[in-house]
Design a protein around this ligand. Structure first.
Ligand code: CO
Length: 499
């Protein structure tokens, strides 16, 4: 009798390799490719995507899953083999129900929508983008119709980015989050503002590069296995645990953009680099939950990078490489100032969640047909007025700011805010396990945290869905409380007040 598990792993290894090829095409497009390469690259990506999809949904994959599942009978549910069969079968069953023509049409509409969005954003012209968004929403509704087992339409979308999570739970969590954040932001607005002049100025890229290298080195950036490049929209990707690619962007007038962008992406990279070797070249060898992924990047960026403890490490580095003379206290306050702003990716930790709540509410209304594409800008603007007190006059700073909807990625946004909440829960837990964590960070020793994260989160790869992993690590479901407690404590310190 042949070993079905070996055969399954072999088939999935080939599929994983093809996935890395697709990621490499994408990494190259965003970092190296000259602009003229776009159309040819779109064809190459479509071809690789089609081959992967066909190989994955093939009956042969199902047969191997069935036989491997039978062979696993009696093995521990946490074992690599049982987890592999469980996770891949779930993905296979979902992927099979989506007709290849629909998947192809969604990819094509997404590519066209992306091009239209780039132009529309540059021209501040929502009207030219609206038909493409309309098309993406139509196709998204068709996609949802292929998956009738979900209780509500949005669940089918959210499940692609956050398996195991449901819209009803996100609504409950976000209502609680919004009710905490709105008064917190108002209380901060009523206090004396912090002086953040030390982070604005003129900072040549060479100095910023040296600063970022010094910080990433402390986070265990390994030149034999990692790269850092420049990209317009920073991201991280990896082709297994020994080849991690980070990107950042340099702003010569505001150094936190590159520094915290790099720490953020390095947090994503550490997750991928920490996945067990036994899971490499399998679908479990990449993290799956975007909320968990974002919890890692936000933890390194904000809970470590913007902490009072780490300011002690950062202040001398900023002095050495950028010529900024700021005390750790001044720097700590400057990088944590809170103010409502138009752009999500530049938002501070307190207002960030409201940007996400707004998008989540609008997405549900669009999908359910309660809001038309034509009325979207006004709905967007009125929510920014209500939640953040801002008057949006430029669509590039409003409804056109994010890339996601242009490519058809609807249901993705909630994972960003869930990531912050998960980070809050893990942060509370790791402080119980390592009471001296803050003094370690103050001394520039970050490996205690990295090892804890590797042990409790990273090494499992995609074995466990987010709710299951949280249950194991913090002993309960996703919750708002720890993140809010962290925020009140830190921002109270920043603003010399009790929140
Ligand atoms: Co991220």
């Amino acid at each position: 009798m042949t070993n079905a598990i070996t055969d399954l792993r072999e088939r999935l290894a080939g599929l994983t390799d093809l996935g890395h090829v697709a990621q490499l095409l994408d990494w190259d497009q965003q970092t190296m490719m000259p602009p003229g390469g776009g159309p040819a690259r779109a064809e190459a990506k479509a071809t690789i995507g089609r081959i992967r999809h066909e190989l994955f949904i093939a009956d042969e994959t199902g047969r191997l899953l069935q036989e491997a599942g039978d062979q696993c009978n009696g093995a521990s549910p946490d074992s690599d083999e049982v987890s592999l069969v469980r996770v891949v079968r779930r993905r296979w069953e979902k992927a099979r129900r989506v007709p290849a023509e629909l998947a192809a049409e969604m990819a094509r509409a997404g590519a066209l929508g992306h091009e239209a969005w780039v132009l529309a954003r540059a021209n501040r012209d929502y009207e030219s983008f609206a038909p493409y968004l309309e098309r993406n929403i139509q196709l998204t509704r068709q996609y949802i119709e292929c998956l009738p087992e979900f209780d509500e339409a949005y669940d089918a979308l959210l499940d692609d980015y956050e398996p195991g999570m449901r819209a009803a739970e996100v609504r409950r969590i976000f209502t609680e989050l919004r009710d905490e954040l709105v008064p917190l932001i108002a209380a901060i607005a009523a206090t004396k503002q912090v002086d953040d002049s030390c982070v604005h100025g003129s900072f040549p890229v060479a100095g910023q590069r040296a600063l970022v290298a010094a910080v990433l080195e402390r986070m265990s950036f390994d030149r034999e296995r990692w790269r850092l490049d420049e990209a317009a929209h920073p991201f991280a990707t990896s082709f297994g645990c020994d080849d991690v690619r980070l990107t950042t962007r340099w702003d010569e007038t505001y150094f936190p953009a590159a520094l915290y962008g790099a720490m953020h992406e390095c947090g994503h990279g550490l997750y991928e680099a920490g996945i067990a070797r036994s899971l490499q070249r399998t679908p479990l060898g990449h993290a799956e939950s975007l909320g968990l992924h974002e919890s890692q990047s936000r933890m390194w960026e904000n809970m470590v990078g913007r902490s009072r403890a780490f300011a002690t490490v950062l202040a001398p580095l900023v002095g050495e490489h950028l010529g900024v003379s700021a005390t750790p206290d001044t720097l700590f306050r400057a990088v944590n100032s809170v103010a409502p702003s138009f752009i999500r990716v530049e938002a501070d930790e307190a207002t960030y969640g409201l940007h996400i709540v707004i998008r989540f509410e609008l997405e549900q209304e669009l999908i359910e047909g309660r809001l038309s594409v034509a009325d979207l800008p006004e709905a967007w603007n009125s929510r920014y007025r209500d939640y953040l007190g801002l008057e949006v006059t430029d669509p590039a700073l409003g409804v056109l700011q994010d890339v996601h909807w242009s490519g058809g990625a609807i249901g993705y946004f909630p994972t960003y805010a869930l990531g912050n909440l998960i980070a809050g829960q893990l942060w509370e837990r790791v402080h119980r396990d390592i009471p001296e964590l803050d003094s370690q960070i103050e001394a520039g020793e970050l490996m205690g945290l990295r090892e804890w994260l590797r042990e409790h989160v990273h090494r499992h790869g995609a074995k466990f869905a987010m709710p299951e992993l949280l249950q194991r690590v913090v002993g309960g479901p996703i919750a708002v409380g720890p993140f809010i407690a962290y925020l009140k404590d830190k921002l109270g310190d920043v603003y010399d007040t009790t929140l």
